[in-house]
Each structure stands twice: as structure tokens, then as C-alpha cells.
Design a binder for this molecule. Structure first.
Ligand code: DGL
Length: 279
């Protein structure tokens, strides 16, 4: 039950432009099974990665407000594009006017924080959407936290569409995986760590891993983000106390619930009931 009396307590909101955030939700629920969650996929308007800064910001703000209206005291933007293009504005400009006690967290900072134990050469490959790559959010965050690290980025504009259109296992996906992995590696021979900096990309993990030289680590964000959320809740008992603990998860999509349910079932290995929402 969502308690809408002040101060708000309720489920943790997990937002993505579509299916991709399920790769984050899966790890979060494994790590923190006791909490209630609402997953919201804006499948009707995905992909976000090729959209302008203003549009991603507007769509993401609408989603955050919707999740707040469902009682979420805390929302995770489980989407790199939304984290890159909307998180800072929402945190600094919008939250104080909406409800300064609620929180919106992204995935870029925790991912970059996890890099120190991973790279030896200091050359990090970043595979993301056009929006994430163009925003240079990873480059800036890495430069903020480390000295001597180099980032090499490659936009992979077709990958999200392959996932959203249920084509991730189809032969057509091989061509685009080859293409973007090849283009990334051609940029710098010292890359030893590659971040899948888009939550949709772990769905293509096997194909990506196959095409990557063995010495290169391929990093998915799910576990990293789950660990960072656990740490955040431990450090913020006031927020932890407002996140209800009934071990439930509701799934919402702005597109077709049956399509969402069939893909989510394969991915999460459980049947999920999905509701359609408009906001
Ligand atoms: N899954 C999202 C990300 O992590 C965005 C994909 C998209 O909608 O383009 O960037």
C-alpha cells in the first residue's frame, strides 16, 4: 500500500526509457529484496538516446513527477541518457520546488566510482547512446574523480532499437555489434576496460563479449548501481525509513503491457504483471 500522507513513504521508483533499466532493477532486487519497487519504462517514447537534451529532460521530469505521484520518496534514473541529460537539472532546479525531501539518483557517478579497481592501463572505453556520448558526462566525471585516466567513447545508435524491437538475438544484431565494437577499439589500442554505459546494452552482452579481445574487461552497471544504492540507504537512514519494505515490484509501461511482460519475463526469469500508464 502506498502511503500518500506526508512525509511520503512508498516504493523506490526505477525509471528507464524502456526495457534497459530492467538490467539494473534485476541486480537491485537481488541485492535489496526487502524493498517495494515501481519500475516505469517509457517504451512509447524510447529510444531517448537520439533525442535532444531538452526533450530527454522534459520526458524524464514527467516520469519523475509521475513516480512521485505514486508515492516514491526516491527515484533511480536507471538510464544513462536520462542521467546524462536530465539528472542535474532535476536535482538542482526542479526538486527544491517539488519536494526537497525526495531524492533522484542516477547511474553515471556510481559507475565511474567503481572504475578505480578495474582498469590497469587507465584507458577506458565507453559504449553509450549518442546522447550520452555527446553529453561527455562520462569523460567529465572520470576527469573529476581521477588523474591520468583516458576515456574513449563510441556511440552505438542502433543497439537500443535492436533491444526495444526484440531483435537482440537476431543475426542482424551481429552486424551492428561488430561495427561499434570495431570502431571503439580502433580509437585506442590500450583500452583494457569497456563500460556498457547504456542500461540496454547488457542484453547484448554475449555478442559484445564474443567480439571483444579476452584481455578487455566488459563492465555492466547493474551490480555497481545496486551496491551504490545499498550504500546510499545505509548512509541515509531517514530515506531508508521512508522506503517501504513489502518485497513487491510493480511494472508500468507507456506502451503495450503484453509486449513488455513477455520481454521482462525472459529477462527477469519470472512472470510480471504490467500496467499501461500515460503521463
Ligand atoms: N537505456 C538508456 C541508457 O542507459 C537509454 C536508451 C535509449 O532510450 O536510447 O542510456
Amino acid at each position: 500500500m502506498i502511503n500518500t500522507a506526508l512525509p511520503y513513504s512508498g516504493p523506490i521508483g526505477v525509471f528507464d526509457s524502456g526495457y534497459g533499466g530492467l538490467t539494473i532493477l534485476k541486480n537491485i532486487r537481488e541485492r535489496l529484496p526487502q524493498y517495494d519497487y515501481i519500475y516505469l519504462g517509457d517504451n512509447a517514447r524510447a529510444p531517448y538516446g537520439t533525442r535532444s537534451f531538452d526533450v530527454v529532460y522534459r520526458f524524464t521530469l514527467e516520469a519523475v513527477k509521475y513516480l512521485f505521484a505514486q508515492g516514491c520518496p526516491l527515484v533511480i534514473l536507471a538510464c544513462n541518457t536520462a542521467s546524462a541529460k536530465a539528472l542535474r537539472s532535476i536535482q538542482q532546479k526542479d526538486l527544491p520546488g517539488i519536494d526537497a525531501t525526495r531524492r533522484v539518483l542516477g547511474v553515471i557517478r556510481p559507475t565511474v566510482e567503481a572504475l578505480s579497481g578495474l582498469t590497469e592501463s587507465g584507458v577506458i572505453g565507453v559504449l553509450g547512446t549518442q546522447g550520452t556520448v555527446k553529453s561527455r558526462s562520462y569523460d567529465m566525471e572520470v576527469a573529476k574523480l581521477y588523474t591520468g585516466y583516458t576515456t574513449v567513447s563510441q556511440a552505438c545508435p542502433m543497439w537500443v532499437s535492436l533491444v526495444e524491437n526484440h531483435e537482440a538475438d537476431a543475426p542482424g544484431a551481429d552486424y551492428f555489434v561488430d561495427k561499434y565494437v570495431g570502431e571503439l577499439l580502433a580509437q585506442n589500442k590500450d583500452i583494457d576496460t569497456v563500460l556498457l554505459a547504456c542500461t540496454h546494452f547488457p542484453i547484448l552482452y554475449d555478442k559484445i563479449r564474443e567480439r571483444m579481445p579476452e584481455n578487455i574487461k566488459v563492465v555492466c552497471q547493474g551490480d555497481i548501481v545496486a551496491g551504490s544504492l545499498a550504500d546510499y540507504l545505509a548512509r541515509h537512514p531517514e530515506m531508508d525509513g521512508r522506503c517501504t519494505k513489502g518485497a513487491s515490484c510493480r511494472f508500468l509501461t507507456t506502451e503495450n503491457p503484453e509486449s513488455f511482460s513477455s520481454l521482462a519475463r525472459i529477462f527477469l526469469n519470472e512472470h510480471v504483471d504490467v500496467s499501461h500508464v500515460d503521463f
